[in-house]
Write a protein that binds this ligand. Structure first.
Ligand code: ADP
Ligand code: MG
Length: 263
């Protein structure tokens, strides 16, 4: 397939065979609105790739088509070479796709640890049994992940008592419980205290390096995305208008006109 449907976009450097994720011609319509319009993206093993664009550009909808939350009207989604286009969401998750949502999905009345344990379970698991008698490897994993976001002391705290930023971090480690090959994050820095942003960048980098999770993230905070992403895709009105390194994106006139110029 061609990586360069538009004229002056840079060639992607990595071999297409390394693609953990590939979308080809993804199109999603809501009534008369084309929310995602013929979008190709590729995310290669080990990369951190950003997805940016104005509000309503179709970013979350593209993610939903990748995760199987929505079914695309046209196009194809491939995960590690496997066509998952028509797969149900749970099966795509089991194939190695993790996700962190824009809004938090934590059970506030349960302990942090139980939230993490629930995140690790697969469809059809005995949830009651899992929470009463979690196996040692799962418990170890919860401890390890909580340590790694510096929240080791909060395992037995009710999740609802945590600050918003702490809850976002819990969401992040919940998404890592299942050891995803690819982690999709929808605005991880959204609403986070600016003093925590550098920590969040470190945690995401650690997930990328040590957990070997390839990362594809939507983010509104430009400083954040420019610092963390190896490459960036830009959507506007559902269409992919640019792709490149952070530097290329910051200097792309189409991107400046459609997005950056009005921030
Ligand atoms: P972004 O995440 O880039 O802000 P979205 O993907 O959420 O954008 O939305 C893209 C467009 O699709 C917007 O115009 C939005 O109003 C519309 N949209 C998103 N989800 C739905 C839906 N379930 N039904 C109808 N319209 C939707
Ligand atoms: Mg969105």
């Amino acid at each position: 397939m061609s990586n360069t449907p538009d004229t002056d976009e840079p060639e992607m450097t990595a071999n297409a065979a390394d693609a953990v994720l590939r979308t080809e011609g993804i199109t999603k319509r809501f009534g008369g609105l084309t929310a995602v319009d013929d979008v190709d993206v590729e995310v290669h093993e080990g990369e951190i790739v950003g997805l940016i664009g104005p509000n309503g550009a179709g970013k979350s909808t593209l993610f939903n088509c990748i995760t199987g939350t929505l079914t695309a009207d046209e196009g194809r989604v491939t995960l590690q070479g496997q066509d998952v286009t028509d797969w149900p969401e749970y099966k795509i998750a089991r194939a190695g796709l993790g996700r962190m949502f824009q809004e938090t999905r934590i059970f506030g009345g349960m302990s942090v640890r139980k939230n993490l344990l629930l995140a690790a379970q697969e469809g059809g698991a005995d949830i009651g049994g899992l929470l009463r008698r979690p196996d040692d490897s799962l418990l170890e994993r919860t401890n390890e992940l909580l340590e790694y976001v510096d929240l080791g002391g909060l395992a037995d705290t009710r999740a609802g008592r945590l600050s918003f930023g702490q809850q976002k971090l819990i969401e992040f480690v919940m998404a890592l419980m299942a050891e995803p090959e690819l982690l999709l994050m929808d605005e991880p820095a959204g609403g986070i205290n600016p003093s925590m942003l550098e920590n969040l960048i470190d945690y995401i980098r650690t997930a990328n390096d040590e957990e070997e999770a390839t990362i594809f993230l939507i983010e509104h905070n430009m400083d954040f995305v420019m610092e963390i992403a190896d490459r960036i895709y830009v959507l506007a009105h559902g269409e992919r208008i640019a792709a490149g390194t952070p530097e290329e994106i910051q200097n792309d006139q189409r991107v400046i006109d459609a997005y950056l110029g009005r921030e």
